[in-house]
Design a protein. Structure first.
Length: 214
C-alpha cells in the first residue's frame, strides 16, 4: 500500500477544513477584507426596542453618499457594499424615502416587543458549492441576492433564492446555507438580533439532510 506524501496529506486536510466554511467569516469589517470572496461585516446599528406592529427591511440604492444621507432616518444605515451605495432602513411596510431606487423590501421581521435589537448588515461573495457551518441566530435573518443563487436548509426544509429575489428566516432554527448552481453568489444580508445575545451560535448539533441542489 502506498503511503501518501506529507504534501498530499496536508493538501487533503486543508481541503477538508475548507468544506462548509465561508471564507472571511462574517466578523471581518468590509474595509479590512483582503479578498473579494467571503462574508464581511458592513455595519452594525443598535436600534433599541422596535415598535408595535410589523417591521420590514427597506433596501434602496443611491448615486452618492450625500444623496443617501439626505434621506436617512433614525433606523437607517447608509453603507457601501458590492460597489454600490445603499440605505438600509428598518420601518413599517408603508415607509419610503423621498428619493432613491428601491431594490427590495423584506419582511415582516419577527421581533419581541420586550427586547432591544441590533441590525447587523453584511455582504457575501461566495463561490459555487460553498456551505456555511451549521448555526443559528438570536433574531431573524434576511437576504437580497444580487447574483447567483443560494439554498437555505433548516429542520423545516429548504428555501432556494435566486438573483433579484429575497428570503427571510425567523429567529431560532438551526440552518446551513449553500451557494448553488454554477455562478458566484453575491448577496447583501441582515441579522436583526437580540442585542443582549450573541448574533450567531455556530456548530450546533443539528445535522442537515443534504436537501439543497448542487
Amino acid at each position: 500500500m502506498r503511503t501518501p506524501s506529507l504534501i498530499c496529506v496536508l493538501s487533503l486536510l486543508a481541503a477538508r477544513a475548507s468544506i462548509g466554511q465561508v471564507v472571511g467569516g462574517c466578523e471581518t469589517p468590509v474595509a479590512e477584507r483582503k479578498s473579494d470572496v467571503g462574508c464581511y461585516l458592513v455595519a452594525t446599528h443598535p436600534l433599541g426596542k422596535l415598535p408595535v406592529g410589523e417591521v420590514f427591511w427597506h433596501i434602496y440604492t443611491y448615486p452618492t453618499l450625500a444623496a443617501a444621507k439626505a434621506v436617512q432616518v433614525a433606523h437607517s444605515s447608509v453603507v457601501q457594499s458590492h460597489g454600490k451605495i445603499w440605505a438600509y432602513t428598518i420601518a413599517e411596510r408603508e415607509w419610503h424615502p423621498a428619493s432613491g431606487q428601491r431594490m427590495a423590501v423584506v419582511g415582516p421581521l419577527p421581533h419581541d416587543l420586550a427586547s432591544a435589537y441590533t441590525a447587523r448588515y453584511m455582504e457575501a461573495t461566495i463561490g459555487p458549492g460553498v456551505k456555511t457551518p451549521v448555526h443559528l441566530h438570536s433574531g431573524p435573518e434576511a437576504w437580497y441576492v444580487l447574483e447567483g443563487a443560494q439554498c437555505l436548509e433548516t429542520p423545516e426544509g429548504i428555501t432556494v433564492v435566486r438573483a433579484g429575489e429575497t428570503a427571510l428566516v425567523r429567529q431560532g432554527p438551526e440552518m446551513m446555507l449553500s451557494s448553488v448552481g454554477s455562478l458566484t453568489r453575491r448577496t447583501v444580508l441582515l441579522v436583526l438580533h437580540d442585542s443582549s445575545k450573541p448574533w450567531m451560535v455556530e456548530n450546533t448539533p443539528w445535522k442537515p439532510k443534504g436537501l439543497c441542489p448542487p
